[in-house]
Design a protein around this ligand. Structure first.
Ligand SMILES: [Zn+2]
Length: 280
């Protein structure tokens, strides 16, 4: 009897908690194909067992509709790459970058131009995420201060950045962050600070009405196998920091019930319908 009473009180309490903190959501989310990374030695991202093994990483951008706002998360490889059918190989020969369709074409299919993107943020500033950043100079841009300082500091190459891809952001409305940030103030989209791959790397929590909460990994982790093994690639700016970010996001996902969408994991990416289809 007493047990029954206790459980009724608990149910009432949790109902109150829900009413006080409504689970606000965005309206929809599009996954946009933003290129491919073809590599000739997967071991640099995984373990020595994969030495000399070729691999193709997916590369996505994500477009989010929140009320009257459109938010773009990552911008993929530069649109100019779509003109090169054989892609572009990095000077060290390790990566060949491909882009099938320009980002502006994918946006146009949804009825948008870059000027309609009111909020722009990137997981980090490597060319496969920041390639079209200069298109979003009219948006409000969210960057971690550590990332901004590394891109526009004296040694951007040290972090694998090409500042030319982000040069126009110097003149944009950049909101510099020192950690997590609730983008629309209702908890539906939260930038999570996940340093390690780069100094100011960040991931994105998005709450969807039907799909539920998801965490967009950025390059906090490149593959599900790395997530399962809690493995950080040797190429990262700081492997220890990456592992700490992974542990924090594991706890965060357990607390929120969020699913992890790993940007570069080709197997998982193939299961996600691409724009103009969308998730609700
Ligand atoms: Zn990447």
């Amino acid at each position: 009897m007493r047990l029954a009473l206790v459980s009724i009180v608990l149910v009432l309490l949790s109902a109150c908690a829900t009413a006080a903190h409504p689970n606000a959501t965005v309206q929809r989310l599009y996954v946009i194909d933003c290129g491919e990374n073809h590599v000739n030695d997967l071991s640099r991202w995984t373990s020595p067992a994969d030495a000399g093994k070729p691999f193709v990483f997916s590369d996505n951008c994500y477009l989010i509709k929140h009320g009257k706002d459109w938010m773009l998360w990552d911008s993929g490889y530069p649109d100019a790459l779509a003109l090169l059918p054989h892609g572009q190989t990095s000077p060290n020969g390790l990566i060949t970058a491909y882009r099938k369709k320009p980002l502006v074409d994918s946006l146009r299919e949804i009825g948008l131009t870059p000027a309609d993107i009111t909020v722009f943020a990137m997981s980090h500033s490597h060319p496969d995420h920041a390639g079209n950043a200069n298109l979003f100079v009219a948006s409000t841009v969210y960057m971690q201060t550590a990332e901004y300082d590394a891109v526009f500091g004296s040694q951007p190459q040290r972090y694998g950045f090409n500042p030319a891809y982000l040069a126009k952001l110097r003149y944009a409305k950049v909101r510099k962050l020192h950690g997590d940030h609730d983008v629309f103030g209702d908890g539906s989209v939260v930038i999570k600070s996940t340093p390690g791959h780069t100094p100011g790397h960040q991931s994105l929590f998005v709450r969807l009405p039907k799909t539920g909460p998801v965490l967009l990994s950025g390059d906090m982790v490149h593959l599900k196998s790395n997530w399962d093994a809690r493995r950080a690639p040797a190429i990262n700016y700081n492997a220890e920091e990456t592992l700490r970010s992974m542990r924090q996001m594991d706890a965060f996902m357990q607390a929120t019930g969020a699913k992890l969408w790993i940007n570069h994991d080709p197997e998982q990416s193939a299961t996600l319908p691409k724009a103009p289809q969308f998730f609700e």
